[in-house]
Design a binder for this molecule. Structure first.
Ligand code: DGT
Ligand code: CA
Ligand code: CA
Ligand code: ZN
Length: 571
């Protein structure tokens, strides 16, 4: 868990404000470059800062290193504070609108006095944007849509980012000897893909000390509540954190209550009532007598059901399953035996094949598939048939070399072209162990066109996996229009595996897609799509999502031993 996203955000804001001022284009470029290298960094920027090694990062000189250190140590940066005073615009808000850049922001500020999303939305609804030079009615329409996307993105945080922020808070609070338990609750414990706010529960012998320490953490930018049992703060990265101190004898009840979801809790309370009991955050009561509350499983047991894994608590049938003893045995990270989608510097990956294989070996994988992009993805330096054939020979040699204990599988992530054909000839595809087909172009196709395109690709005798089937980028880009039901049907007919892409920004399929897929008998591959070695760690996020989709080990082909996995995907 790193603080890279948070630091990248701060650098980005400085860069945008400098660009807005328009005085030092050289500096703007330097900040933009720094944002890219921090975002692509394989290590935690905070660790590098502690070791005073920030300048070893490409594009980070002494000045930028000071900016980053200041932010990490104090939560503030002097240049940013000055820029914000000089340019009174919520620039990150406005920049989050797809298609809106500094040029537009400047125009609407200078002509209409727009400084944030709200005033931009008002101007758009009053039809004022369409009057501006170079904008027009169509752009105004797009901006109105884009504001909704930006709002969604601003109010929530990716699970991966929130987890790393929470673990930072945890490290600091656990230094207090009075803290006896520290648990994350809320949507984060349910491993939802995006998080509204972070909910922390603590058991402590001195609640005042915990609260006083919490509200004065260096990352805190504002305090909205500071009490004996509950405090709420906003961190300088923007996310809110709620901290509650609970008594030991009702910790389990509090954990159950504050884990949610609300729908899950409402149904549980109704079940308690039917038994003549009462359930709240202090315990389960029969009259005045408390019959459960110290630990969470005691609550579920006393209500006559199995303990429900947090990832399932959405009132999607888990309570009924827990009553009937039919909850699934959910997949776990340790069940994963290999990764079937990964990149190297042959296409747009950052590491060599050797480096990726070393990293995969360190995970003790039994097999690992190298699947670089193919030729029509020119921006990713995709491989043509010749390069792919050479890659096939290379992997044969690597397997023969015995340097790696795992089986290296020959793969490719081929592009689905606009007519649903693939961008590599069958005679080359037939020589690969695993072919993943993905959509990387024409993502705005209408539902019918997109569905036909994908279904046609799945008809290919050589495709095994449909990569990132919905193309969404969480908080950035909605999924493309596609009839997944029809896709699943076609996949079932052609023995195609659906990918659950483990990248924390993708995580398609979502939980309900996954349930729909396994319901029609499809199998899933949980793949990282890693572009550098550290991204192999993303597997955990894929497994969280798989659990939210009720998947057990048998639903996921990369939990199978090599032979069984290969025979399962065989045509
Ligand atoms: P988020 O923060 O939007 O990602 O979602 P949650 O689920 O973390 O929601 P949050 O932070 O508002 O509340 C944390 C948990 O506390 C929630 O999942 C269930 C519980 N809770 C909060 N307010 C209520 C309520 O009014 N009724 C019930 N039954 N439970 C509540
Ligand atoms: Ca929450
Ligand atoms: Ca909350
Ligand atoms: Zn892809």
């Amino acid at each position: 868990m790193t603080r890279n996203a948070e630091v990248a955000r701060v650098l980005k804001e400085i860069g945008l404000l400098l660009e807005f001022e328009g005085k030092e284009p050289f500096k703007v470029k330097a900040y933009q470059r720094a944002v890219r290298s921090i975002a692509a960094l394989g290590e935690d920027v905070a660790v590098l800062a502690e070791r005073r090694e920030l300048t070893s990062i490409a594009g980070i000189g002494k000045g930028l290193a000071e900016v980053i250190t200041s932010y990490l140590e104090t939560g503030h940066v002097a240049v940013l504070d000055e820029l914000r005073t000089r340019v009174p615009i919520r620039i990150m808000e406005l920049d989050a609108i797809p298609g809106v850049g500094i040029k537009t922001i400047k125009l609407v500020y200078e002509r209409l006095g727009v400084t944030n999303l709200d005033s931009l939305e008002k101007a758009a609804n009053e039809n004022k944007l369409s009057q501006l030079p170079g904008l027009g009615a169509k752009t105004q329409e797009q901006i109105i849509e884009g504001i909704q996307v930006a709002r969604g993105g601003l109010s929530r945080t990716l699970l991966a980012d929130a987890l790393s922020i929470a673990s930072d808070v945890e490290k600091q609070l656990r230094r207090l000897p009075v803290v006896r338990q520290f648990v994350i609750a809320g949507s984060m414990r349910r491993r939802k893909e995006t998080i509204g706010d972070i909910d922390i529960l603590v058991e402590a012998t001195d609640s005042k000390l915990v609260m006083d320490t919490f509200v004065t953490l260096k990352e805190v930018s504002s305090i909205s509540a500071h009490g004996e049992t509950k405090s709420s703060v906003r961190l300088s990265g923007g996310i809110q954190v709620d901290l509650r101190v609970l008594p030991a004898d009702s910790f389990g009840a509090g954990l159950q209550y504050f884990t949610g979801s609300i729908d899950h809790n409402v149904k549980l309370r109704a079940i308690a009532q039917k038994k003549g009991h009462r359930l709240n955050e202090y315990g389960l009561f029969r009259g005045e007598e408390k019959i459960a509350g110290k630990d969470e499983s005691g609550i579920y047991r006393s209500l006559g059901m199995d303990t429900i894994p947090p990832e399932l608590r959405e009132d999607w049938g888990e309570i009924e399953a827990a009553q009937n003893g039919t909850l699934p045995t959910l997949i776990e990270l340790k069940d994963i035996r290999g990764d079937l989608h990964s990149h190297t510097d042959q296409s747009d990956g950052k590491n060599t094949i050797d480096e990726m294989l070393d990293a995969a070996q360190a995970k003790r994988y039994e097999y690992y598939c190298v699947s670089d992009h193919t030729q029509s993805l020119t921006i990713a330096n995709g491989m043509d048939e010749d390069r792919l054939l050479r890659r096939i020979d290379e992997i044969d040699e690597l397997n023969a070399s015995g340097r790696w204990k795992m089986k290296i599988l020959k793969g490719a992530e081929v592009d689905i072209l606009s007519d649903g054909s693939l961008d590599i000839k069958d005679e080359v595809l037939s020589q690969l162990d695993i072919v993943t087909a993905s959509i990387h172009s024409r993502m705005k196709d209408d539902r019918k066109t997109m569905t036909e395109r994908v279904c046609r690709a799945l008809e290919s005798k050589y495709v095994h996996i449909l990569g990132h089937p919905t193309g969404r980028m969480l908080l950035k880009r909605t999924e493309f229009e596609i009839d997944l039901e029809a896709v699943f049907e076609s996949a079932k007919k052609n023995n195609i595996v659906m990918e659950l892409n483990a990248h924390p920004e993708r995580l398609d399929l979502n939980a309900s897609n996954l349930r729909a897929a396994t319901k029609v008998g499809l199998r899933i591959a949980v793949n990282t799509d890693a572009h550098w070695t550290t991204e192999l760690d993303h597997m955990q996020f894929g497994v969280y999502q798989a659990r939210r989709g009720w998947l057990s080990r048998d639903d996921v082909i990369n939990t199978y031993p090599l032979k069984k996995m290969m025979s399962t995907i065989r045509k």
